[in-house]
Design a protein around this ligand. Structure first.
Ligand SMILES: Nc1ncnc2c1ncn2[C@@H]1O[C@H](COP(=O)(O)OP(=O)(O)OP(=O)(O)O)[C@@H](O)[C@H]1O
Length: 229
C-alpha cells in the first residue's frame, strides 16, 4: 500500500535519510523504532511532503506521491498524526475533527469516528487545549481518520502518555486496522507498545534501516539493544 524505495532527505547540505526502503502492506502495522535523532521524524515529514525528497520514490498504491504537496498527499489517502499531536487548542473537539474533513468534501464527522473514541463524543464542545494528553492523542487520531485515509502515519504517539492509556491506544489502533483495512506506520521508542501493536518492527539508525523483522519471532533483546544508548 505504501512503498518507499531508496528515500533520501536532507536539511540543506546535511543528509539525514540515506536510502530508506520501506514497504507497508495493506492492513499491516509497521513500527519504526530508533533512539532520539536517528531520523524517525524526518522520515515521517518526508513521507508527508514537509521535508522534500532528495532522491528515491514514494508510492501510495500505484500513485507516485514523492513530488506532491502535503495536501495532495492527504487527498491521495495519506494521514499524519505529528509528534506532539498539534491539536488546535482554542478550537473545540468537534472543530478539530472537522479540520480533517476538508479533502473529503463531507460536512459532518462520520459517526463511526466517535464510536472509536466515545470520550470525544462526550467532549465535543470542549476546547482541545483542555483535554488530557491521552485524550488529545485520540483527538489527533480522530482528526487524521476524518480524511478517510488508506495509510496512517503516527510519530511517537506514546510520548507523554501514561502506560494504561498506551495499552488502550494499541488496542484501538489494531481495531482501526481490522475494521478499516488501514495500513499504519508508527515511529516509536517504547518497545512494549511496539510489541503490542506491530505486525512488523524495523529499526532506524543514523538514517538507515538496520533491522527488519516480523513481530512473530522478533528477537526482542536485539531490538532493545538498538534502543539503549
Ligand atoms: N530542521 C532541521 N534542520 C537541521 N537538522 C535537523 C532538523 N530537524 C532534525 N534535524 C537533524 O536530523 C537528524 C534526525 O532528526 P529527527 O528529528 O528526524 O530524529 P528522530 O529520530 O525523530 O528523533 P526524536 O525522537 O528526537 O524526534 C538529527 O541529527 C537532527 O539533529
Amino acid at each position: 500500500m505504501l512503498n518507499v524505495n531508496g528515500l533520501r532527505a536532507a536539511y540543506g547540505e546535511s543528509e539525514v535519510l540515506h536510502g530508506i526502503d520501506l514497504p507497508v502492506a495493506p492492513a499491516e502495522i509497521v513500527v519504526i523504532m530508533g533512539r532520539n535523532g536517528m531520523g524517525k521524524t524526518t522520515l515521517m515529514k518526508t513521507l508527508m511532503g514537509i521535508v522534500p525528497v532528495k532522491a528515491g520514490d514514494i508510492l501510495l498504491g500505484d500513485a507516485p506521491i514523492g513530488a506532491m504537496r502535503p495536501h495532495q498527499r492527504v487527498a491521495h489517502g495519506l494521514a499524519y498524526v505529528p509528534q506532539g499531536r498539534m491539536i488546535f487548542s482554542a478550537m473545540t473537539v468537534q472543530e478539530n475533527v472537522e479540520t480533517g474533513l476538508t479533502v473529503t468534501g463531507r460536512r459532518q464527522v462520520p459517526g463511526d469516528i466517535y464510536e472509536l473514541f466515545p470520550v470525544l463524543r462526550e467532549m465535543k464542545a470542549r476546547r482541545g487545549g483542555n483535554l488530557s494528553g491521552g485524550q488529545q492523542q485520540q483527538l489527533a487520531i480522530a482528526r487524521a481518520l476524518a480524511s478517510d485515509p488508506k495509510v496512517l502515519l503516527l510519530d511517537e504517539p506514546t510520548e507523554g502518555i501514561q502506560p494504561s492509556i498506551i495499552r488502550e491506544m494499541a488496542r484501538t489502533l489494531r481495531r482501526i486496522r481490522d475494521e478499516r483495512g488501514l495500513s499504519i506506520l508508527i515511529s516509536e521508542q517504547v518497545l512494549s507498545f511496539a510489541l503490542d501493536v506491530a505486525d512488523r518492527v524495523m529499526v532506524i539508525e543514523n538514517g538507515q534501516i538496520v533491522h527488519d523483522a516480523p513481530r512473530a519471532g522478533l528477537d526482542e533483546a536485539r531490538v532493545a539493544r538498538f534502543l539503549s544508548v
